[in-house]
Design a protein around this ligand. Structure first.
Ligand SMILES: [Zn+2]
Ligand SMILES: [Zn+2]
Length: 342
């Protein structure tokens, strides 16, 4: 599948990504492994060329990034190693041992590089896939009242599309996203949100399952993989709705569908970043019905039939009990069935 950000072949079908792990980040017998202290500057000569297997230990890749930041005058050499930035690996999954990185496997999130230095990182350091300038906010999170619109980080160079693999009881699901536009979720062995969705679906066996604030689609796609006959995913943020649609296609081999039709393009959706009335972004053809909408969750009831549905409402900020209580009450007033916060 063509990558909507860079036009290359970053996006693969689910089984191809699942088939890569865990070998993709495993060392060969010749790989060097020297753990560096993240809370001090790296010693001189702390990185080498990648091993002949094409991989390099993650700390060496960071020492290389650090050296480039010093060479270009962004770092003085007194900064600690962890200041270089945060690593987001492609594909991400629950790591047990520290990873050895093959080419094009790391999206760097950092506050420091400008566009010029970011391009040098992509050109000179083979493991770097993309460089994103982060800020002191969380990208792609909408407040339920839509008063503060979501914001994005900035992709400086390369491509920041990457996949996470989430284990579920029915098997793994592959969730792609563009890292600068959607908040970061790390796959863990024990994922309480996925567990709570699995538990409800197993107990209630719903005909309809609605993931109302779906983000890149993890919970909705988990429900669809469990075989719920009708699944609706929705998000007000264009990037979330788009990637939920793309991920429905990426995981289509797990559904009883013949085809996934995507009705929108990433770039044109970006012109209407915050949805109000529900707009259909994608739908399946086949025995299992999956639909993806971009819209305000308060208006989603317009496209839901008057039958019992199980709805998951996954707010980013669950600590705000007053708002979440009001949203649940509003939802229950419009839609039949049960709603829960995962
Ligand atoms: Zn790409
Ligand atoms: Zn090696």
């Amino acid at each position: 599948m063509k990558c909507p950000v860079c036009g290359d072949d970053c996006v693969k079908d689910a089984h191809e990504i699942i088939g890569m792990i865990p070998a993709v980040f495993a060392r060969c017998k010749d790989c060097r492994m020297k753990i560096l202290d993240k809370n001090s500057p790296p010693p001189p000569d702390s990185f080498h060329e990648p091993c002949r297997c094409g991989r390099r230990f993650i700390d060496e890749v960071f020492a290389h990034l650090y050296a480039l930041l010093v060479r270009e005058g962004i770092f003085s050499g007194n900064e600690v190693l962890r200041e270089a930035g945060s690593p987001l690996l492609h594909p991400g999954y629950p790591f047990i041992t520290p990873p050895f990185l093959p080419g094009d496997s790391l999206v760097l999130l950092s506050r420091y590089p400008d566009q010029r230095v970011a391009q040098m990182m992509v050109d000179e350091i083979p493991e770097i896939r993309g460089v994103v300038r982060s800020g002191d906010f969380i990208p792609g999170v909408a407040d339920p009242g839509l008063e503060t619109p979501p914001r994005s980080y900035e992709l400086l160079a390369g491509c920041d599309v990457r996949a996470n693999v989430f284990p579920t009881k029915t098997g793994p699901v592959v969730i792609y996203q563009q890292q600068s536009t959607i908040h970061i979720e790390f796959p863990r062995v024990h994922n309480p949100k996925i567990n709570s969705v699995e538990e409800r679906i197993a107990r209630l066996r719903p005909e309809w399952f609605v993931d109302t604030c779906c983000g890149a689609g993890t919970l909705g796609i988990t429900g669809a993989r469990m075989g719920v006959p009708h699944v609706i995913l929705n998000d007000t943020w264009y990037a979330a709705a788009f990637w939920a649609a793309y991920n429905t296609k990426v995981n289509r081999e797990f559904f009883r569908v013949d085809e996934v039709k995507i009705h929108a393009e990433y770039r044109s959706l970006a012109e209407y970043p915050v949805g109000r009335e529900p707009v259909l972004i994608a739908e399946t053809v086949g025995d299992q019905e999956i639909r993806v909408y971009q819209g305000d969750l308060h208006k989603l009831h317009q496209v839901i039939p008057k039958v019992p549905v199980l709805a998951v409402i996954d707010f980013f900020d669950k600590s705000d009990k007053v708002t979440s209580g009001a949203v649940i009450r509003d939802w229950m007033g419009q839609v039949n069935g049960e709603a829960f916060i995962p």
